[in-house]
Design a protein around this ligand. Structure first.
Ligand SMILES: CC(C)(COP(=O)(O)OP(=O)(O)OC[C@H]1O[C@@H](n2cnc3c(N)ncnc32)[C@H](O)[C@@H]1OP(=O)(O)O)[C@@H](O)C(=O)NCCC(=O)NCCS
Length: 101
């Protein structure tokens, strides 16, 4: 159906990623999975910062992190190379003391 993951990166920091199969999208699963994972990351893993880098046109994913209270930090230029082109990402993050669950 899908997945959500935290990739450790730096001191007490992780990068979040997720994907939900098209047949199951639009039901809140990505938001629910991300919320559970973030709570686990802060409460159980002792993380300080969780970030998400999202393609500028990925309106569904940007809606997910905004609804969770992530802060927009800026644009990462030529962040990924996919389908034979360099693409920017929008960087979002949430810090442990900002997370209300
Ligand atoms: C992005 C993705 C994970 C969202 O999964 P999902 O389970 O459908 O997400 P949710 O149902 O929790 O939330 C989707 C949000 O996007 C919004 N949304 C979806 N399609 C939209 C569109 N075309 N325009 C505007 N908003 C849109 C929904 O309204 C919802 O926001 P809301 O709850 O504030 O109304 C899923 O589309 C996906 O797997 N995409 C491909 C992989 C990917 O992009 N992963 C993220 C990489 S950063």
């Amino acid at each position: 159906m899908g997945f959500a993951r935290l990739g450790f990166s730096g001191v007490k920091a992780a990068k979040m990623g997720y994907a939900i199969a098209y047949d199951h999208s639009g039901k809140g699963y990505a938001g629910d999975a991300a919320r559970s994972l973030i709570t686990y990351g802060f409460a159980e893993l002792g993380l300080h910062r969780i970030s998400a880098a999202i393609g500028p046109d990925n309106v569904a994913s940007i809606a997910v992190v905004r609804r969770l209270g992530f802060v927009h930090e800026g644009r990462l230029r030529d962040h990924v190379h996919t389908n034979a082109a360099w693409r920017d990402s929008e960087l979002y993050s949430v810090l442990a003391h900002e997370w209300a669950g």
